[in-house]
Design a protein around this ligand. Structure first.
Ligand SMILES: Cc1cc2nc3c(=O)[nH]c(=O)nc-3n(C[C@H](O)[C@H](O)[C@H](O)COP(=O)(O)OP(=O)(O)OC[C@H]3O[C@@H](n4cnc5c(N)ncnc54)[C@H](O)[C@@H]3O)c2cc1C
Length: 130
C-alpha cells in the first residue's frame, strides 16, 4: 500500500459565497483558497475554526442561540473575501513585475508585496478581528 498521494495545485483567489448553512460550517481551505502571496492560509483557517468552536460550545451549554451561530458567517466571510482580493492582487503584481529583470523583480517583491504584507500582518496582530 502506498503511503503518499499527490494532487495538482493551481493558484486561486476564491472565497465561498456562503460559509454556513444550517448545521454546516465551512472553514479553512474548504471555504477559501488564496495564492501564496501573503501566507494567509493557515492563520485564516485557524481563526475560521476558533470562531465557531466556542460558539457551538456556548450553544450546547445553553449560553447562546442561533444568532450567535449566525455571527460566524457574518464575521468570517468578509475576511475571506478580503484575503482573496489582496493575495490575488499581490500574486498578479508579482508576476507582472518579473518582466524588467531579476533586480527589478526583487525590489518589486520587497516594496510592493513583502512590506505591505508584513504591515498587514502587524495590523492583524493589533486588531485580532481580522
Ligand atoms: C505549497 C503550499 C505552500 C503553502 N504555504 C503556506 C504558508 O507559507 N503559509 C500559510 O499560511 N499557508 C500556506 N499554504 C496554505 C495552507 O497550507 C492552507 O491554507 C492550510 O493548510 C489550510 O488548512 P485546512 O485545515 O483548511 O486544510 P488542510 O491543511 O488541507 O487540511 C485538510 C485535511 O483534511 C484531510 N482530508 C481531506 N479529505 C478528507 C476526508 N474525506 N476524510 C478525512 N480527512 C480528509 C486532508 O488529508 C488534510 O489533512 C500553502 C499551501 C500550499 C499548497
Amino acid at each position: 500500500m502506498s503511503g503518499s498521494t499527490t494532487s495538482p495545485w493551481t493558484a486561486a483567489a476564491q472565497s465561498a459565497a456562503r460559509y454556513a448553512q444550517g448545521p454546516v460550517f465551512l472553514a479553512g481551505d474548504a471555504a477559501h483558497r488564496f495564492p501564496p502571496a501573503g501566507a494567509t492560509g493557515v492563520s485564516a483557517a485557524i481563526r475560521d475554526v476558533h470562531n465557531p468552536a466556542w460558539k457551538i460550545a456556548a450553544v450546547v451549554h445553553g449560553h447562546g442561540g442561533q444568532n450567535l451561530l449566525d455571527s460566524y458567517a457574518a464575521e468570517r466571510e468578509p475576511v475571506g473575501r478580503r484575503n482573496a482580493d489582496e493575495t490575488g492582487t499581490a500574486w498578479t503584481r508579482i508576476f507582472s513585475g518579473m518582466a524588467p529583470g531579476p533586480d527589478a523583480h526583487s525590489w518589486h517583491l520587497i516594496f510592493d508585496c513583502v512590506l505591505p504584507t508584513s504591515m498587514t500582518r502587524a495590523l492583524a496582530f493589533l486588531h485580532p478581528s481580522n
